[in-house]
Design a protein around this ligand. Structure first.
Ligand SMILES: Nc1ncnc2c1ncn2[C@@H]1O[C@H](COP(=O)(O)OP(=O)(O)OP(=O)(O)O)[C@@H](O)[C@H]1O
Ligand SMILES: [Mg+2]
Length: 412
């Protein structure tokens, strides 16, 4: 079918209509928004591995908050920010951009007046004319400054929701943890009523890096939400809805198959859905299209998202055979495993000899990491769910040798 009409969008943000699952997490974040609306500053953290849906969850909550909680919302990507002045500048530029088409945006833009400068060939980008000292002063009273912007937006807007995404560079800056802790403590002791809700999104390593620099900063994030892969019903729903919506015939068995092979990872599910869409003909998805789609998608996401050394290493037949047996021996829901467990699988003599070099090699590439459990050695975990899934998919070799065991288990 025509890829241009595919409802699956690998590599792109998900639209609010296609957002799937995460009901509990959405509720938790909305509760936080409501608390900010009623009381005062709230700060939360959405964590999870690459591609699990941190930005999408935060963005979806932002859209609900705008509609139902009368929020002014901005989604700030801070990947390039190195210090607090950058954070403030990026935040305000994004508030201006995200409110430009909203009725309440007019008042905010007006308040900035001549300090907003349109740049770029078509004038679609904007810059703020202010000195580093202005930004630094705004950083030291960040919650108050945001609260002021909310008031500027008019009586109809009750809370400001700021999504601070990808704070990678900032997390290693001691000034950042200190600033955040001070801001939250300052709000509590002064009993201010800044109706501001900050949702940070980033890897947990970033939060841990901040806690190393300032151990008490961890307490600031309430809630702390760690996103896990979708449950199987959520994955099934993710595939079923778009096919149904576009009147594409697909059986329950194929839906279960796709859900299983997506491993509950949204980023992979989009790749799989899109590949199946491309392969299917005449608005029908049969069992061949789903298998071919999974294979095509595995190749694509492996190349796009994992270390190229991992994809290359799996060209070795010896390693693939080890993986194939591992994939059959360990359920897909297992992320941690022991060498003992692997040794109990039916490896040939040669494979047993290669097992150590395989584990070492994958360790070097960061695909598996040792787990330290006191004196116990030989326990590992796949670095991420995506690695786990890639190993499983690359090993199952659906085209040549379908994984009968898995397929059987899908025919409930
Ligand atoms: N709940 C969801 N429903 C449907 N699609 C989703 C959902 N969550 C994420 N996706 C899709 O999965 C992909 C990755 O999502 P997203 O960018 O939000 O992940 P992330 O955790 O922020 O990744 P990164 O760590 O790279 O920033 C995107 O294509 C997005 O559209
Ligand atoms: Mg993201």
């Amino acid at each position: 079918m025509n890829p241009d009409s595919s409802p699956f969008t690998p590599g792109r943000p998900v639209s609010a209509e296609s957002f799937t699952g995460r009901t509990k997490q959405v509720e938790e974040l909305l509760t936080m928004v409501r608390l900010a609306r009623k009381k005062r500053l709230q700060v939360g953290w959405v964590s999870g591995e690459r591609g699990i849906g941190k930005s999408s969850l935060a963005a979806f909550v932002g859209s609900l908050a705008e509609r139902d909680e009368k929020a002014v919302v901005a989604h700030v990507h801070l990947g390039g920010a190195r210090n607090l002045e950058d954070l403030v500048r990026e935040t305000y530029v994004q508030i201006l951009k995200d409110t430009e088409t909203r009725s309440w945006g007019k008042a905010i833009w007006k308040a900035f007046g001549e300090r907003v400068e349109r740049v770029g060939l078509w004038g679609v980008d904007i810059q703020l004319k202010a000195t580093p000292d202005d930004f630094s002063a705004a950083a030291s009273m960040f919650a108050d400054t945001l609260s002021h912007t909310l008031k500027t937006a008019g009586k109809d807007r009750k809370v400001l929701v700021l999504i601070l995404d990808d704070i990678n560079g900032l997390a290693d800056n001691p000034a950042f943890s200190h600033w955040l802790k001070k801001m939250v403590d300052g709000e509590v002791t002064s009993r201010k009523e800044n109706h501001v809700c900050l949702i940070f999104a980033g890897f947990d390593e970033r939060r841990c890096a901040m806690m190393k620099l300032n151990p008490s900063v961890g307490r600031v994030f309430q809630p702390f939400i760690d996103i896990k892969p979708w449950k199987s019903e959520e994955s099934e729903d993710f595939f079923r809805r778009p096919f149904e919506k576009h009147h594409v015939a697909i059986g329950d068995r194929e839906i279960r198959f796709l859900a299983h092979y997506s491993g509950g990872l949204p980023v992979v599910a989009h790749e799989i859905g899109h590949a199946v869409w491309e392969i299917a003909k005449d608005h029908k998805v049969g069992s061949l299209a789903v298998k071919q789609g999974v294979l095509k998608a595995t190749d694509r996401f492996g190349r796009r998202m994992l270390h190229s050394g991992i994809v290359e290493a799996l060209h070795s037949e010896q390693y693939r055979s080890i993986l194939r047996k591992t994939a059959e021996g360990l359920p897909l829901s297992t992320i941690e495993f022991s060498k003992e467990q692997l040794q109990s699988l039916a490896f040939t003599g040669d494979e047993k000899t290669s097992l150590n070099s395989f584990l070492r090699h994958m360790g070097k590439l960061g695909a598996i990491v040792p787990v330290f459990m006191g004196d116990k050695r030989g326990v590992y975990r796949f670095a991420t769910w995506m690695h786990r899934l890639y190993f499983f998919l690359a090993a199952t070799d659906l085209a040549r040798k379908p994984n009968r065991k898995v397929e059987q288990s899908l025919i409930r």
